[in-house]
Design a protein around this ligand. Structure first.
Ligand code: NAP
Length: 340
């Protein structure tokens, strides 16, 4: 085992459903390596890592408490310093507010969010973009060997794709912030692996029946729910040095992988895909660097604007028609009443 491998790994979002599996798998794989767990809720982390299932390995977990919405730069710097790799699986879920759809907000330039959502630090602009970008800067400063980030399949879709429009409209332009962060990472010179899953599931994949799909172009059509256990394994293997000849990713290359499973409703179709995470990465390794790095920005604001404003116009027309109909009925009733 090389000394590089024994350097700590930082898991950002360690108390999340994927994050806790990553911590668990890391400790099982290499009981001598420290895992730095970046969490915002120390009580939750205590319960998860020190009282429950990870009892016994607790001395290898170093808790770092930090809210990604308003991070302390010093804390983040100390968390990254000396780490071999960063696996970032944090993410926030914020439902859109009506004021988010003001034209000045929807159609503004990238980064303009800073001025209008500053009082809402749980916004994905801060949690999924701004602080993640800061982590990338620190990874560069401290020469981390890999930055692994979990975004979402929708980041690979056109902003005008129905899935993208719905997610962006409901969840505070979540795809925009994932995509924008991906672009930041691509331009950072930090070696990276971006994993883009579709829906995630808590149950384990039936390995006898269902394979994991991986697309090195970062795209997959909407897929069935991929087990969080599989995502955790893919994330860990993505930042490990090559163990078996040709099995893991090339440390010099960068990857953006669409990941999912075959069937949409329930497990039971093998089709294309791979039985194990290792085989997925082996395939990706052969096909790496296929993503177009010249893509600059996507027009999420325009897509959501067209959808929201045309929906409002249609609703307004329907309302006017209903009101005129009711007025018509009302005046007919009044006439027949007067006649009678
Ligand atoms: N769920 C899906 O179907 C799906 C699909 C595609 C992509 N993804 C992506 O995958 C990520 C991981 O999925 P998951 O199921 O593990 O989600 P999760 O259980 O909600 O985990 C999200 C993690 O991010 C942390 N977090 C959120 N806001 C934070 C903040 N301000 N400061 C510090 N930590 C913060 C949470 O901390 P707490 O533990 O304290 O809450 C949690 O640990 C998602 O966040 C999303 O970006 C999910």
């Amino acid at each position: 085992m090389s000394s590089m491998k024994k350097k700590p790994i930082l898991v950002v979002g360690a108390t999340g459903k994927v994050g806790r599996k990553i911590v668990q798998q890391l400790l099982q794989q290499d009981p001598s390596r420290e895992v730095r767990a970046l969490v915002r809720n120390p009580d939750k982390a205590q319960k998860l890592f020190f009282q429950n299932n990870l009892k016994g390995n607790g001395n290898l977990i170093k808790l770092i408490v930090c809210d990604l919405g308003s991070p302390d730069h010093k804390v983040l710097n100390n968390a990254v310093e000396g780490c071999d790799a960063i696996i970032s699986v944090s993410g926030c879920l914020r439902y859109s507010k009506l004021s988010d759809f003001l034209p000045t907000r929807l159609f503004s330039d990238a980064g303009n969010e800073e001025f209008w959502c500053d009082d809402d630090r749980s916004h994905p602009y801060f949690v999924n973009f701004k602080t993640q970008s800061l982590l990338v800067d620190l990874a560069k400063k401290h020469k981390c060997s890999r930055f692994v980030r979990l975004t979402a399949l929708s980041a690979g879709y056109s902003p005008f794709h129905p899935v993208s429009i719905i997610l962006s409209s409901v969840l505070s332009m979540t795809s925009r912030h994932h995509f924008r962060f991906e672009q930041y990472l691509r331009n950072s010179e930090v070696p990276y692996v971006i994993l883009r899953p579709g829906g995630l599931a808590d149950y384990d994949r039936d390995a006898e029946k269902t394979y994991v799909r991986v697309n090195p172009c970062g795209y997959l059509p909407p897929t069935g729910r991929l087990s969080r256990e599989d995502v955790a394994t893919l994330a860990i293997l993505s930042c490990q040095q090559q163990q078996h000849e040709g099995r893991l990713l090339d440390p010099e290359s960068n990857y953006t992988l669409g990941i999912g499973i075959n069937d949409v409703v329930k497990q039971g179709i093998k089709g294309d895909g791979f039985a194990t995470a290792e085989e997925c990465l082996h395939y990706a390794r052969d096909q790496c660097d296929k993503i177009d790095k010249t893509v600059q920005d996507k027009y999420y604001g325009v897509a959501v604007g067209i959808f929201v404003y045309s929906t409002l116009i249609v609703l307004a027309i329907i309302l006017v028609m209903i009101l005129s109909y009711l007025c018509c009925i009302g005046s007919n009733d009044a006439k027949s009443f007067l006649r009678g």
